[in-house]
Design a binder for this molecule. Structure first.
Ligand SMILES: [Zn+2]
Length: 115
């Protein structure tokens, strides 16, 4: 795969990871305290409108929902170091770039995707 595309996907994953960590941290705080602090700032670096649907989903989600997503993203980031990123974990075939661009944390090719 093109190194430039790989770098872009890695950046996308890191951005998602940072955002999820922030949200999960915010939820943990909210649940751990008797008062409700202002919900975690979603950051000014979010390109306008770009991730609105995703943002909404994250805002509506609970820590329980988000932990596995974060784990999957971190797992994907590890694969960059192992040199196994972008390869289906079931059959070892390359995952199509378009699929990774839509969901950089994808672990399986279209054929083996569970959803
Ligand atoms: Zn596969």
């Amino acid at each position: 795969m093109d190194q430039k595309i790989l770098d872009e996907l890695k950046q996308a994953l890191k951005k998602k990871q940072a955002r999820l960590r922030g949200v999960i941290g915010g939820i943990a705080k909210k649940e751990g305290l008797s008062y409700t602090p202002k919900f975690v700032e979603m950051g000014e670096d979010t390109e306008a409108g770009e991730d609105e649907a995703e943002q909404y989903a994250i805002n509506m989600a609970t820590e329980e929902d988000l932990e596995p997503v974060l784990a999957q993203i971190e797992h994907s980031l590890e694969k960059f170091d192992n040199g196994t990123y972008g390869v289906c974990e079931k059959c070892g075939k390359e995952i199509p770039v378009e699929r990774l661009q839509a969901a950089p944390e994808a672990e399986y090719c279209v054929e083996h995707a569970e959803e």
